[in-house]
Write a protein that binds this ligand. Sequence first.
Ligand code: IPD
Length: 264
Amino acid sequence: MTLAGELGELATEIAREAGDLARRRRQEGVRLAATKSTLADIVTEADREVEALIRDRLRAARAEDGFLGEESGAEVGTSGITWVVDPIDGTVNYAYGIPAYNVSIAAVRGEPDPESWEALAAAVNAPALGEMFTAALGHGAWSDGARLSVTAETPAGALLGTGFGYDPATHEGDLATVARVMPMARDVRRMGAAALDLAYVAAGRLDGYFERGLRPWDHAAGGLLVSEAGGVVSRTDVESPRPMLVAAGRAVHDRLLAILGTEK
Ligand code: IPD
């Protein structure tokens, strides 16, 4: 088996266990641990507990690897592989009992920086939806035994996903972006979980996705799902504090990039 395939199996196994824990804790009742940058930017006790579980399992299986997690930050490794983890992506959905949340785990090679890393393996587990999405570099993207493929939709017929950052100062710009995109597409959805948006693009349920200001753990796993499903993933404005991520099949991707690529 290739290294990517091995890492993919490990990511899937750990994402399954982590998803079970997140779901169990949700059934027991969510306890908010803190608000972070703004009222919408929350962390629950489950976020921390699930990240600790993932970190422990990875440390036990691959002690030399680095780790970059949403809740506990970075740990540098010596193997050249780093795990990029969002223990609960869609935390606000999770806190409100909306099932669109997921555990997102990726293994990347090189610096844990989206500008230069090579994503090797990904698992996105949405336990309350009963769905697991996986990918390994060169092995395709899969869910429930079926190979995933992005759509070949035209821009005019596209159903798109997007998201908004937590900083209120950015909301006007994000809404202006949506207003620019809507006339070119069928419609736009805001689901509240970036990794799931990307998994849905890979699965052909959304024709494309765009969002400014994502953090590495929001898109590391989902980005590999899309590229292994035959889609294109780009980041533009990488020097700005809020780079734009665009992920879609070729035609929709290129149209979105033409509209959004250089907008601040
Ligand atoms: C957030 C979600 C949301 C996206 C935000 C992310 P979190 O992740 O993915 O959909 O719009 O940009 O930060 O905080 O729930 O892990």
